[in-house]
Design a protein around this ligand. Structure first.
Ligand SMILES: NC(=O)c1ccc[n+]([C@@H]2O[C@H](COP(=O)([O-])OP(=O)(O)OC[C@H]3O[C@@H](n4cnc5c(N)ncnc54)[C@H](O)[C@@H]3O)[C@@H](O)[C@H]2O)c1
Length: 336
């Protein structure tokens, strides 16, 4: 990732966890953060490379992107007496990465942060780009910071233990990027089954990350272009919040959020691709409640709601619509 003094290296491969010190500066104290559902061996392998280390486990799930867990993590960093020259390392999915990155940005006004994504979603998307956040007052990602990691290490071996449904949810973020920006990648995911993709995940991850990298390098703080990475997320966040924690995964909500934002032709390809990878294409929950929650989302501002639309796979537009227009688009697709 080329961002001037905030540039960093993203390494993808197999068997990398035990070699973390080849990629990160670990001749210092490191707090390795993981969740209590991820095989502990991953955090232990990374931690074993650091000079002084501890492992801190947060409870699994979206609920850990909270003020309470953030506070407990900052407390652990203080208890470990980390200084500004030490570091924290996230070994986990998007939840661990978002929380740990935010804690790193706050502790002593910022200490080094490394990301070792273990879910496919974190590998193809959340581990790069520097968005960190927790949820608060019922609003997703409302408290956060732009804080880039110092390095990202992607070891695809860890996907062996990731449940199938989470593989699909992660793949959805790659489908999202391909739909807005890379027809060739979309065609590949459209034409392959999940097992085929998993047999050459490194390539797929690199292609998805390259899209995100190019976007972030041009618009790190989302003043324009970076909004395209939110394709499907505006309604998706509303669906995620209204359907209750853990019922639908983040990637599944993004799948549902993308569908109303496409032309009929693009939607046809998207639906068949989502179905092929066992992602949802129908929503049976309360769409009006999801829309209402979207209005509270941070992307809904006084000037309207920014939406990303795809008329032709591989290309997209950013549009600002009124709250009524947004509701009309969503209700028009999912029905009243
Ligand atoms: N910062 C960003 O740019 C960005 C982008 C997209 C999504 N996100 C955020 O990411 C989060 C979703 O991330 P996620 O889907 O990774 O969720 P997650 O972190 O909850 O991980 C999903 C599940 O997989 C388990 N898991 C992770 N790796 C595993 C492994 N190798 N083996 C076995 N189990 C494993 C976790 O314990 C968890 O149960 C959301 O909060 C979303 O807002 C952030």
């Amino acid at each position: 990732m080329e961002l001037g003094e905030r540039s960093y290296k993203i390494t993808i491969g197999c068997g990398l966890l035990r070699r973390a010190s080849d990629f990160f500066r670990l001749e210092r104290a490191a707090l390795v953060v993981t969740d209590d559902n991820i095989p502990q061996i991953y955090a232990e392998s990374v931690a074993s490379c650091a000079k002084r280390r501890e492992i801190y486990k947060i409870p699994e799930g979206e609920g850990s992107k909270s003020i309470d867990t953030l506070s407990a993590l900052l407390g652990k960093m203080a208890e470990m007496k980390l200084t500004r020259s030490d570091c924290v390392i996230a070994v986990g999915g998007g939840v661990v990465g978002d929380l740990t990155g935010l804690a790193a940005s706050l502790y002593m006004r910022g200490i080094d942060f490394y990301n070792v994504p273990t879910s496919l979603l974190a590998m193809v998307d959340s581990s790069i780009g520097g968005k960190t956040a927790i949820n608060h007052a019922g609003i997703k990602n409302i408290v956060g910071a732009f804080y880039q990691p110092r390095g990202v290490l992607i070891d695809t071996d860890v996907l062996a233990t990731l449940p199938e449904r989470h593989i699909a949810a992660g793949l959805c973020e790659a489908i999202k990027m391909a739909a807005t920006s890379d027809e060739e990648l979309f065609r590949y995911i459209e034409g392959a089954d999940t097992a085929q993709i998993l047999s050459s995940t490194e390539d797929m991850i690199a292609r998805a990350l390259n899209i995100k990298k190019r976007v972030v390098e041009q618009d790190e703080r989302e003043s324009g272009l970076r909004k395209i990475l939110n394709f499907g997320h505006t309604l998706g966040h509303g669906i995620e919040a209204s359907s209750g924690e853990g019922v639908l995964y983040h990637g599944e909500c993004v799948a549902l959020g993308m569908l109303p934002m496409c032309s009929p032709k693009a939607r046809e390809r998207l639906i068949s691709t989502l179905k092929r990878h066992r992602l949802p294409t129908e929503y049976h929950g309360d769409i009006a409640a999801a829309i209402a929650l979207t209005m509270h989302d941070k992307k809904a501002n006084a000037g309207g709601i920014d939406i990303i639309t795809v008329d032709c796979i591989g290309k997209c537009d950013i549009r600002t619509v009124s709250a009524d227009e947004f509701a009309g688009i969503c209700l028009g697709y999912y029905g009243k």
